[in-house]
Design a protein around this ligand. Structure first.
Ligand SMILES: NC(=O)c1ccc[n+]([C@@H]2O[C@H](COP(=O)([O-])OP(=O)(O)OC[C@H]3O[C@@H](n4cnc5c(N)ncnc54)[C@H](OP(=O)(O)O)[C@@H]3O)[C@@H](O)[C@H]2O)c1
Length: 288
């Protein structure tokens, strides 16, 4: 079998066009466009380049996207004061805090201080709690991207055996709840899945494999079940080349669908942030 590629760049273009039309509709109805703010602490170069690509995505869709820069030595209290100010600003619909943050800053405490209806990354406990209950429209962006690519396969997830490799707060754990919502049977693997051959045997039995480890080509193509769907979230820089966590060619020879790296989950993630920014705007404007 040779897998169909789940093309993140094409999906990103399609979603961008849909969101652009939605912003135009909201602008016509309210006279306003969604406005979001990215709090960047210190002058981190990678934050700047990732932030720039988000800004480009926002501008294409018609979202007003601004940066608030705080000094590297900002205190936790000053950060919380800034968050309070943005929470109370009726002209700001969405706020995010750029990672990484300098040592001494408690990121999760800061994210939890965001008003849940402005938390566009969906990483505060309010939105994560709603995700747990299956009741949030604000889904963390990378898991949302993985689920959108899974949906692109057209395969009904209900009743399928899904294996998630990785249990980070930002990717693996939210995915568990999103897959459960779709009635998949979910197994989660992590560094504690260390008994010899256990990771391999879980992957071998999976209809759907979603990998977010940060370890290049760790998941061997030979482990992938014939006809499985493989979503590779990993981004690894190996000698200047970006690769995923799955051995792509060998996996593609067995899978029915697979995401490439680059060009899979990554391009859809920034669009999902914009989708959340539109959702928070709609909630605040009381518009469906
Ligand atoms: N495409 C995108 O938009 C996007 C967004 C975010 C992240 N990423 C990429 O996705 C990857 C994962 O990111 P992350 O933030 O989730 O990373 P992370 O916080 O480092 O989590 C990695 C996970 O992999 C598990 N793991 C590590 N070694 C393992 C092993 N030998 N066997 C089984 N599980 C193992 C860890 O288990 P423990 O929990 O036991 O330590 C952990 O749960 C990275 O490459 C990152 O760059 C991509």
């Amino acid at each position: 079998m040779s897998a169909t590629i789940l093309d993140g760049r094409a999906l990103s273009k399609e979603l961008t066009a849909q969101l652009k039309a939605e912003v135009a509709r909201l602008k016509a109805a309210t006279g306003k466009v969604p406005r979001c703010v990215n709090i960047v602490i210190g002058q981190d170069a990678s934050a700047a380049s990732y932030g720039k690509s988000q800004k480009r995505a926002a501008e294409e869709i018609g979202i007003d996207y601004q940066f608030t820069y705080l000094a590297h030595h900002v205190s936790q209290k000053e950060l919380l004061d800034q968050i309070k100010f943005l929470n109370e600003d009726p002209e700001v619909n969405g706020v995010m805090i750029h990672k990484p943050v300098p040592e001494g800053i408690d990121f999760q405490q800061a994210v939890n201080a965001l008003a849940p209806e402005k938390d566009i990354e969906g990483m505060g406990t309010g939105n994560l709690g709603r995700l747990f209950l299956g009741k949030t429209p604000i889904i963390p962006c990378t898991p949302a991207s993985a689920m959108a690519l899974l949906a692109l396969s057209g395969v009904d997830i209900a009743g399928k055996d899904a294996v998630v490799v990785g249990r980070s707060e930002i990717v693996g754990k939210p995915l568990v709840f999103l897959l459960l919502e779709k009635n998949a049977t979910v197994t989660v693997c992590h560094s504690g899945t260390h008994r010899a051959g256990r990771l391999e045997s879980h992957v071998r039995s999976a209809d759907i494999v979603i990998v977010a480890m940060g370890k290049p080509a760790f998941i061997k193509g030979a482990w992938v079940k014939e006809g499985a769907i493989v979503i590779d979230v990993g981004i690894n820089n190996v000698n200047g080349k970006i690769t995923g966590d799955v051995e792509f060619d060998a996996a593609a020879a067995r899978a029915a669908f697979i995401t490439p790296v680059p060009g899979g989950v990554g391009p859809v993630t920034a669009v999902m942030l914009m989708k959340n920014a539109i959702e928070t705007f709609k909630q605040q404007a009381g518009r469906p």
